[in-house]
Design a protein around this ligand. Structure first.
Ligand SMILES: [Zn+2]
Length: 180
């Protein structure tokens, strides 16, 4: 069963922190878009939020609320390799062993996707410092300006387009890309 974005079993305050990615998943095997958590991230790069007086991981909460309970001893494994994705359609339950096997696979395959444009989404997962290096095209710039007018913040746009907030600012103020 496919879970839909905006499912009412989670409240509006959850969905306010989630955006559907503009880019196809970096893994060709995953044919639906990531749901990017634009709220806080923990030190490992997973989305976090306060929920019933506790700090919880956003992708786990999405899985628990929309798919099923998570049995003791199993972990949520991102099929899309994007830790801050909370699309439960991208999550499989795995034993810690399966999960670490998958992480080694990411290591083996990452060079294969690193030059791929859509590989941007996994950038924080892979290196943590690739931020600000994404190459934008004209279509992205127009989309950034449109979304800014529609109320997205520099921070949200920065996460979605994988460029720094200062670059977003320059684009919005037309200090960059002023010819379009
Ligand atoms: Zn995903």
């Amino acid at each position: 069963m496919t879970i839909s974005f905006g499912d009412e079993r989670l409240p509006a305050r959850f969905w306010a922190k989630v955006r559907i990615s503009h880019y196809p998943c970096q893994r060709p095997e995953v044919d639906t878009r990531c749901w990017i958590w634009i709220g806080s991230l923990n030190a490992s790069g997973y989305g976090m939020l306060h929920w019933e007086k506790k700090s919880v991981l956003s992708h786990r909460l999405a899985y628990l609320s929309l798919v099923s309970p998570i049995p003791e001893g199993l972990q949520c494994d991102h099929q899309c390799w994007c830790r801050y994705c909370c699309n439960p359609n991208h999550i499989r339950l795995a034993t810690p062993q399966q999960n670490s096997d998958n992480i080694s696979q990411i290591g083996r395959e990452r060079h294969r996707v690193s030059s791929c444009r859509s590989g941007k989404l996994g950038g924080r997962l892979r290196s943590g410092e690739a931020h600000g290096r994404a190459k934008l095209v004209e279509r992205d710039v127009l989309e950034i300006r449109r979304l800014y007018v529609n109320g997205l913040s520099y921070q949200e746009l920065s996460v979605q387009f994988y460029v720094s907030q200062s670059q977003i600012s320059r684009i919005v103020k037309r200090e960059q890309w002023d010819h379009i």
